[in-house]
Ligand binder design. Sequence first.
Ligand SMILES: [Zn+2]
Length: 261
Amino acid sequence: MTLRLGAALTALATVGALTTATSTSAYATAPSTPTAATARATAARPAVVEKMVIGHSVRHRPILAYHLGQQGPGIPTVVIVSTMHGNERQIQQIPKALRDGRRIRGVDLWVVPVMNPDGLAADTRQDARGVDLNRNFPTHWVHTTGHYGSGPRAASEPETRAMMSFLLKVRPDRLISFHQPLHGVDLDSRRPSFSRKVSRALHLPVSHVKCGGVCGGTMTQWFEAHLPGSAITVEYGAHPASHTLRVQAPKALLRLFGGHR
Ligand SMILES: [Zn+2]
């Protein structure tokens, strides 16, 4: 048993080292070699190829990304982000269900279940400085205050900067930003067919998701301005069924991107 565990850890360390060499060199906070803790975490979660700290929140909480699936020719790279608004806590069940299940093949998938760990801890939409992270990205950024406050300047928040450097490094073909509670899939003006596919897969209507306050500085706006992939916002309702988030949506997303367990 000890030998088998040792072999498994060595294999994981090898996978981690290869992945680190190709995808994590830009992260100052990422370990250059997998730690024993990372190896244990991935051993307990067979779908996880790599666990990465992509940055830290205002209150120094780590922001974690999990690399799932497999890379290869013709295999799409997809990033799923949730709980950018800390009071949208149920939605993190979708990326966590993808992370915690069996091994994934056919899609190169990254999930960031909690982009705003301080907001999650405090049950606030904003980060610990009262900034709405989805108004803080440096595309169409305008200075606003209040509930949808955009921060003192573009990309002022460490959570925003962590996500930017992560996305610039991974360069996904598709980015899905999960939110609550508006119940709809935002229409992607660049690739409306993508919105319709996601809408059908998740049984949510396509709609122009209403932006509170000024609709500038969002993550999807920034992504589409700087990277060739497409990004959409998907909103579930205020109280989605647990089965929907833990079973139906993860399965449908895998199928949509050609993946399987
Ligand atoms: Zn939100």
